[in-house]
Design a protein around this ligand. Sequence first.
Ligand code: ASN
Length: 533
Amino acid sequence: MATQAQLPEGRVLIIMTGGTICMKPSPDGEGLIPVRGFLNQGMAPRPSFNDGSMPEPLPVMTTATTKKYLRSLRTPPSTYSRHIRYTLYEFPELLDSSSISSEGWTQIATTVQNNYSLFDGFVVLHGTDSLAYTSSALSFMLSHLGKPVILTGSQASIFALQSDAEGNLLGSLILAGTFMIPEVCLFFHHRLFRGNRTTKVSASSFDAFASPNCEPLATITAMGAEVNWNLVCRPRSIARFDVLRRLDTAHVACLRIFAGIKPEMIAGVLRVPGLRGLILETFGAGNAPSGEDGSLTAIFKDAVARGIVIVNVSQCQSGSVTPLYAPATALGNAGVVFGHDLTTEAALTKLSFLFALPEITYEDIIQQIPLSLHGEITESSTAQFSHPSSKKPHLSDPQTAFAALGYAIAKGDVEAVTEMLDGDQYGLLEAQDYAGNSVLHVAALGPEKRVMRELLKRGASVHARNRAGNSALFLARRMGNGEMVGLLERGGAHLHVEEVERGGVDVGVGGGEGEGEGKGRGESNGGVGGVGV
Ligand code: ASN
């Protein structure tokens, strides 16, 4: 039996940007303002955030080259027999989130990037007003993300007697330090949403966010977290984590159609100097007035001819924009793009992202809008996100299926592995054997690089660790399998900080390259060859 001191730890960096969660009344009586010292004043005195173990400070990269050691705390063990060890980095200027802009998003994205190899997950504390915008923006800025980035905040300050702050923060912390959900998420009121599907729906209720067109990725209940792994988007190509540093928000606008709107108003917006894109919030399934004698339709047509991208999204919270009615069809014929079930927040930030890509053409952008880049839109050909395979399950129960897959991987049988994963109904990419090894651990010790490539392309997590705390990369290094090491590193793998601390291998920061040689030393993990869930 592991004693409490031996329980594994998930390491989480909390990034504090401001918001109500850290606010107190301003001394001059001008309303609530963010205050500094959240870790010491808001978290350390609360037993659910601090088990009193007084762990060592943790290193945090405050810029790409500046490392600081910051006070760390540890939670008591969670339902998952795991502590969450964390520290908190406060931005130099804390904001009411109504003031955030693309610079703030860049600051968050680069902080994640600079600390990527030092933590298992990230929690971003942020005001609720623009939380759905920031979550959407980050989902596009962070590419080939392999770790959870969870944004949260609260409707009442952590210093208030009755607040949602503690629950939102603790839930985010436990999810970020326990589950390898490689997405930008928003956690609020017991639910974990895909960030780019969210919208703020209440200015006062604790249940302040909705994700009307996508089920929650996870829900916290009294029994723990129920993760809907079928919905989770994983990287689908072999590449390292990267960040697009700046979105082009300067050339995008948003306009809400209302009953009786004058065509001149719309024409005025479409003539704003430098405008490249417009999000048009239409009625219902995508309808707008056509104007007298089609005058409004002509205005849209003219703007499209001048190269302005116009995206049609609905004012309704749920449902999708489609050419069901004549007015929506007329907009489509004028060159307005159907935004299907994109939220306004996701549509605005997606356009800002696409405009920021070097050398992208108008046609490229039009093609990308209806495609799901990070799960933000339901592609019309696949009405459902959950994808139970049409093939029959290969084997009758998860244990037998995982064991069979493990043996096929160990043998290097690419065809058998591919077939089993095509027919997988048990979530075998998430499964672990009795020693905590995932399919990637087995493949790291196996003979076939092609099997590893197949697993990586299907989004198997390169950051999963077995019960001995070893990653697949660590095992491949110890085997001295340089090719496997290189492939894993190309897929974003790096040694975990604990592996570095144990083995004295320099991991570098910001996802740097390893040397492709088995150099690490550490405890033996045993049991990789024998599989069974
Ligand atoms: N005005 C606050 C903010 O967005 C609202 C909140 O966090 N609940 O920063």
